[in-house]
Design a protein around this ligand. Structure first.
Ligand SMILES: Nc1nc2c(ncn2[C@@H]2O[C@H](COP(=O)(O)OP(=O)(O)OP(=O)(O)O)[C@@H](O)[C@H]2O)c(=O)[nH]1
Ligand SMILES: [Mg+2]
Length: 410
């Protein structure tokens, strides 16, 4: 699961967004100039922030850009909103006008943490009455900043204050994410983890959900029994204590379900992943809507990594074929790759299916699905939809729906 935090920097042209990023990173990575509209496409820079770990800072084009090209730049800046964990909104000259107001509204709609930064305070300093009015109206403190302090140690102090605000805000508003076995493992529980080591398994290692599960069992003081499907039957026969739960790779579910007696709860890693990250309650309901799909309905497949991955085959080939077969009709599908926002005409789709989202944060995932959920479109994810189509869904979700810990993280 990705722990990298994404920080978006927004504001009008020439407010000093690129300058501020250079100060934060201590490098001249973004081009700065007095010409409004210098930054055109979003620019990403990875760095470490003490107390926070790795972050990606995203520089954006001015939100007041004009003309045809300018409008497209504004659009690309806006797209960043659904990809970040915190926004820094820069303004100058004590002025918050329609541009900043619109942005603040978008941030609020996405429940995105925001820091308001009054930049260029060396030219015009922040007025107390403006800061108070902003606090009253929007509930945000304003941080006074300048990128143009001659004394280097004074400049560094300002950077440290800003950084500590970022760390504080992100820690306060940390998007709650369940651990993979949250509510399913306690001290001394025996949890069997079935991890096939076949041609599809990566060379020399386990995959992330398997590693996370082992770690979670150990953290809670339980016992992780890790084995391959072929050893499961003899283990269960000889085990003195019945396991509290068996978790299997979903591909081996059918084989494993024949071995595990009905009175032992059984689930799959991909379902645990879906539960720990994403709007699980919506997934549960939405997945069952596969039965309602009819001839010509259109699916929207959301693939959250833009690089080539083996999920590509699941989303573009396996899943549509399985769904068509399950509902016995021809369906169509579009794929959105990367972190682009959902299409405006989301209502055209009968269902939205999201990948596991291993490369993105829980907030990014929920922000992506929110428009579909608001529009009342059923949402599901790869693991859950596959489980549904292969007939293992009900048994595999049963252990996850009896825990009192289901969080609706939308
Ligand atoms: N005096 C002063 N000048 C600043 C400050 N911050 C930025 N500038 C200057 O303002 C101009 C614009 O700065 P940029 O960092 O390029 O602004 P930007 O918001 O990235 O602008 P666009 O990319 O055009 O949207 C440059 O000439 C900077 O040197 C500041 O705090 N004080
Ligand atoms: Mg710039």
């Amino acid at each position: 699961m990705s722990n990298v935090k994404y920080i978006g920097v927004f504001g009008k042209r020439n407010s000093g967004k690129s300058s501020l990023i250079n100060k934060l990173t201590g490098q001249e990575i973004a081009i700065v100039s007095e010409v409004p509209g210098t930054t055109t496409d979003p620019v990403r820079k990875r760095m470490e922030i003490f107390g926070l770990g790795p972050v990606v800072i995203i520089d954006t084009a001015g939100i007041d850009d004009e003309g045809n090209l300018g409008k497209r730049r504004v659009e690309s800046s806006r797209k960043i909103i659904s990809q970040i964990d915190i926004a820094l909104l820069l303004f100058t000259n004590n002025t918050i006008d329609k541009y900043e107001k619109e942005l603040l509204k978008s941030f609020r709609d996405q429940e995105l943490p925001v820091l308001l930064v009054h930049n260029q305070s060396d030219i015009i300093s922040l007025e107390e009455k403006v800061a108070t009015a902003i606090k009253e109206k929007y509930g945000h403190e304003v941080i006074e900043f300048s990128c143009n302090i001659f004394d280097e140690s004074e400049q560094q102090k300002l950077v440290e204050v800003l950084t500590s605000h970022i760390v504080k805000k992100l820690n306060e508003t940390a998007f709650s994410q369940m651990t993979i076995l949250e509510g399913l493992v306690e001290k001394d529980y025996n949890i069997v983890l079935v991890c096939p080591v076949d041609s599809e398994a990566p060379e020399g290692r386990l995959i992330l959900p398997q590693v996370n599960a082992i770690r979670d069992v150990l953290d809670k003081g339980g016992n992780a029994i890790v084995l391959q499907p072929g050893n499961l039957g003899s283990y269960l026969k000889s085990a003195a204590v019945k396991p509290k739960l068996v978790v299997t790779d979903s591909q081996a579910f059918n084989e494993v379900s024949k071995i595990v007696p009905e009175d032992i709860p059984l689930t799959g890693f991909s379902l645990l992943l879906a539960r720990s990250k994403g709007p699980f309650v919506h997934y549960l309901k939405g997945t069952r809507a596969i039965d309602n799909l009819k001839e010509g309905d259109k699916l929207l497949i959301l693939e959250s990594c833009s690089h080539h991955s083996n999920c590509e085959d699941i989303g573009r080939v396996k899943l549509p074929a399985l769904i068509s077969k399950k509902c016995d009709c021809r369906i169509e599908w579009d794929v959105i790759s990367g972190l682009d926002s959902l299409p405006h005409k989301i209502e055209e789709y009968a269902m939205v299916i999201q990948c596991g989202g291993c490369m993105i944060t829980g907030r990014q995932l929920s922000a992506r699905l929110k428009p579909a959920i608001i529009a009342g479109i059923p949402v599901s994810n790869y693991g859950m939809a596959l489980a549904y189509c292969t007939g293992i869904f009900e048994r595999a979700v049963a252990p996850l729906t009896v825990t009192e810990n289901i969080q609706d993280q939308n």
